[in-house]
Design a protein around this ligand. Structure first.
Ligand SMILES: *Cc1c(COP(=O)(O)O)cnc(C)c1O
Length: 373
């Protein structure tokens, strides 16, 4: 057996580390921001029926354009978009299947975007600490990762975004709204200002959009008239569908034309298309747990503050908290109690996902025990 170092791998990949959140089987897993609620039984049955039906024709290649799924995703987004835009007094432009593209997780969406608009000799500006996969996908596609610097409390003001765009002239700008791992919301003003400051692509990763304050518009409401803006979404988090792998984007139809040049033919399996379409038909039921999770998130933040930590404002399903003297030790102490959370290497900070009520209780009780007094 040889080692990676002996292989003739690309020079720019030498020494890099793969994505590596631990996959441990423990009682309480609050480390990768999954929706810890299983999908409802009747929805599961409906998905099984759709997948079973699809199996009968699995000898054929799937619909390469996944039209039915795109119709369902557009309808799902429109339900919130129309209400939010009207409430904010913004012009409502309903999305159609032509505005939608999908892939095996939003990570694949981001990869296709970088394959089409990034690549060797090109660069993407991001604002760490942010989603750890953004620089990894950049590296995989040979795109230079430019780390911008955030303001106080991990925020990004319109001026800060514009300054970084003008100073570095990137081929793409990646925002994460709300930001993982900090939970920080991002204003529409910042996104619009960054868009106006460049003639290149602006991507807003909205993996946690459904956990935001209800009725508040997201970057979807900015799409009209902005053909270089891409909003990426996923069914992994709010939709409790992480294992099924379905991510998607909303953008001007020309964006999908670009991605058709780099996607693999038939990249979305017929089974994935069937499962996701069936799940979307039950969207309200699938999302029923979101309010509950938001409640557990707020409960976590309150209790962590009472225990003397500094939780950050979060509009996602997780909390980043500071004031941890030794994050590695606290991570281990929790693991001894069969609870796993995330140590992202941010000094004095840890991140924890909101769980079910009992998981959240288990975490908070453990924190009570191990907090030094
Ligand atoms: C979890 C997460 C995703 C989800 O990726 P999938 O490939 O859709 O599972 C995307 N972006 C961010 C910021 C995330 O935290």
């Amino acid at each position: 057996m040889s080692s990676l170092a002996d292989l003739p791998i690309r020079d720019d990949l030498r020494g890099l580390k793969p994505y590596g959140a631990p996959e441990l089987k423990v009682r309480v897993a609050l480390n990768v921001n999954e929706n810890t609620h299983p999908i409802p039984e009747d929805v599961a049955r409906s998905i099984i029926e759709s997948v079973a039906l699809e199996l009968r024709t699995v000898n054929r290649y799937p619909d390469r354009e996944f039209l039915k799924l795109r119709d369902s995703l557009a309808a799902y987004l429109n339900a919130a978009l129309v209400e939010e835009s009207a409430a904010a007094g913004l012009p409502v432009a309903e999305l159609t299947r032509d505005n939608i593209w999908a892939a095996n997780g939003s990570n694949e969406i981001l990869q296709q975007i970088l394959q089409a608009f990034g690549g060797p000799g090109r660069s993407v500006l991001g604002f760490p600490p942010t989603y750890s996969m953004h620089p990894i996908i950049a590296a995989g596609t040979g795109t230079e990762w430019i780390p911008g610097v955030r303001d106080e409390n991990f925020e990004i003001s319109p001026q800060t975004a514009v300054d970084w765009v003008q100073r570095t002239n990137p081929d793409l700008v990646f925002f994460c709204a709300p930001n993982n791992p900090t939970g920080t919301p991002l204003s529409l003003e910042t996104i619009a200002a960054a868009y106006d400051a460049t003639d290149k692509i602006v991507v807003v990763d909205e993996a946690y959009a459904e956990f935001g304050p209800s009725g508040e518009p997201t970057a979807l409401s900015l799409l009209e008239g902005r053909p270089r803006l891409i909003v990426s979404r996923t069914m992994s988090k709010a939709f409790a569908f992480a294992g099924a792998r379905l991510g998607y984007l909303a953008a001007d139809p020309a964006i999908s034309d670009a991605l058709r040049l780099v996607r693999l033919p038939y990249h979305l399996s017929a089974l994935t298309q069937a499962a996701a379409t069936a799940a979307l038909a039950h969207a309200p039921e699938m999302l029923a747990m979101v309010d509950d999770i938001k409640g557990q998130r707020d409960r976590m933040a309150r209790r962590l503050a009472e225990l003397g930590y500094s939780p950050y404002e979060s509009t996602s399903n997780f909390i980043l908290f500071g004031g941890v003297p030794d994050p590695h030790r606290m991570f281990e102490q929790l693991l001894e109690r069969e609870i796993i959370i995330r140590d992202l290497g941010i000094p004095n900070h840890l991140r924890v996902s909101a769980g079910t009520e009992s998981e959240t209780t288990a975490f908070l009780e453990a924190m009570d025990e191990i907090t030094p007094r």
